[in-house]
Structure formats: structure tokens, C-alpha cells
Design a binder for this molecule. Structure first.
Ligand code: AP5
Ligand code: MG
Ligand code: ZN
Length: 216
């Protein structure tokens, strides 16, 4: 099964993908995480992407298309992938269609997490993650069980993203509305678009996604 999660910054793509990948054996591929790894490694792509990401704008299509094209063909994505943050423009979606058609791979679901953009600034400004294992948390909505200790790995160091400042989040939301929202009619026309209420509590969103994927 191959699935795309679409939604604005803060919609819960990463949170839900972390959960679904375990249950359904899908490989979670987040282009945001891949780009942050390039930035951390100081690679040529990372050096080019850093300033763009810090402004909250989109990195050029050709970089992302090459990056995902290399990643999606790895053996660990062969049983099924769960794309988070890609595609993000119609150009990226068209390139993905070509890649998949060339390998006779079908896209089963494009799931839109439907949220109210105004609530996303609060969600994102409370977000933090474990420095050791990457598990995601929120100051209000998803605290660690024991203060200061990661539930997943026991790590005690946490990080916040440099693009999570409120003014940058607003630029990211605008980029979503202008450049990514046109994907919705694109996938609707292909008959693969589903919608899930992303304003519900985290566990309820996971349950709804589970029902949708089981029905497949
Ligand atoms: P990326 O890393 O993809 O960021 P994003 O799309 O802005 O999305 P986020 O990761 O902020 O949100 P999310 O939906 O994953 O929410 P989360 O689950 O963490 O991209 C970063 C940058 O990289 C882009 O700006 C761009 O520059 C570049 N980039 C990446 N891909 C690209 C591409 N394809 N093309 C061009 N450029 C690209 O949840 C947020 C918080 O809310 C968490 O704290 C969580 O605990 C909490 N939360 C989640 N769900 C709920 C809920 N239901 N109720 C309450 N709280 C919740
Ligand atoms: Mg994310
Ligand atoms: Zn951890």
C-alpha cells in the first residue's frame, strides 16, 4: 500500500506517520526530515536548502524530485511508503506520477488532514522532539509521560526546529495555501483523495486513518 499524507504545517503528518508506519509496515518518508539531515550534514543540498527553509519557503522542485526518486527506489520502501511533505507542488506530483508509472507502482490513498490554519501556529510553537530518536511531542497536547524524559528511548535532550517561530510558520502556511493546496483537486480528479478531520484529538485521528487504511 502506498499512501501520501497532505496537510498544512502542523496538521499532524509527522505525528500520524510515526504511528501508522509501525501498524501497517509502511516506510515513512518525510522530505522535511531528509532536508534537515542534509542541513545537519552540511552537504551541498543542505547548504542550498537551509536559508530557504529558515524563511519558510519551498525548496526548488528539482532538488526534491531527485531526492525522493533516489529514496523511493530503496528496498525498504518496496512493501509500501507513507509520504509526508511530498509532493508539495503540482510539478512534484506530476514527477511522482511518472516515477511510479515507470515502476508500475500504484498510489492507493492521498489523505488530506483537514485543519483550521489559525490553530496551527499554536500547535507548531509547542512542538519539540527527542534529539536521540526523533519522537515528537507537544508542550500541551502530547507531553512526555515523565517530564524531561523521552517515552520512546529514555533520552533527555530535546530540540525545537528553527523554522517554528510564529512569523515563519505564517510564511509556511501561505506557501501551503498557494503552492500545495492545488494538489487537492489534482488528486481528487484521479479518485484517490480522502479527507480526515485533523482537528480531532491525536488518538482519534489515528483511529480514523486506521479505518480508512483497513478498508483498502
Ligand atoms: P516539513 O518538515 O515537511 O514541515 P511542514 O510541512 O511545515 O509540516 P510540519 O512538520 O511542521 O507539520 P506536521 O504536519 O508534520 O505536524 P506534526 O505532526 O509535527 O518541511 C519543512 C520545510 O522543508 C518546508 O517549509 C520546506 O522549506 C522544506 N520542504 C520539505 N518538503 C519539501 C518539498 N516537498 N518541496 C519543497 N520544500 C520542501 O504536529 C505538529 C505539533 O502538533 C506536534 O507538536 C504534535 O504533537 C501536535 N499535534 C499533532 N496532531 C495534533 C492533534 N490532532 N491535536 C493536537 N496537537 C497535535
Ligand atoms: Mg512534519
Ligand atoms: Zn527518544
Amino acid at each position: 500500500m502506498n499512501v501520501i499524507l497532505v496537510g498544512p504545517p502542523g496538521a499532524g503528518k509527522g505525528t500520524q506517520a510515526q504511528r501508522l508506519q509501525e501498524t501497517y509496515g509502511l516506510k515513512h518518508l518525510s522530505t522535511g526530515d531528509m532536508l534537515r539531515a542534509e542541513v545537519a550534514a552540511g552537504s551541498a543540498v543542505g547548504r542550498q536548502a537551509k536559508a530557504i527553509m529558515d524563511r519558510g519557503e519551498l525548496v526548488p522542485d528539482e532538488i526534491l524530485i531527485k531526492m525522493i526518486g533516489e529514496r523511493i527506489t530503496q528496498p525498504d520502501a518496496a512493501k509500501g511508503f507513507l509520504l509526508d511533505g511530498f509532493p508539495r507542488t503540482v510539478g512534484q506530483a506530476e514527477a511522482l506520477d511518472q516515477m511510479l508509472a515507470g515502476r508500475k507502482v500504484t498510489l492507493d490513498h492521498v489523505i488530506q488532514l483537514v485543519v483550521n490554519n489559525d490553530a496551527m501556529v499554536e500547535r507548531i510553537s509547542g512542538r519539540f522532539s527527542c534529539k536521540t530518536c526523533g519522537a515528537g511531542y507537544h508542550d500541551t497536547f502530547k507531553k512526555t509521560k515523565k517530564p524531561g524524559v523521552c517515552d520512546a528511548c529514555g533520552g533527555t535532550e530535546f530540540v525545537r526546529r528553527p523554522d517554528d517561530k510564529p512569523e515563519t510558520v505564517r510564511t509556511r502556511l501561505e506557501a501551503y495555501d498557494r503552492q500545495t493546496a492545488p494538489l487537492l483537486p489534482y488528486y481528487q480528479a484521479k479518485g484517490v483523495l480522502r479527507a480526515v478531520d485533523g482537528m480531532a484529538a491525536i488518538d482519534d485521528v489515528t483511529k480514523k486513518l486506521g479505518l480508512l487504511l483497513k478498508a483498502a
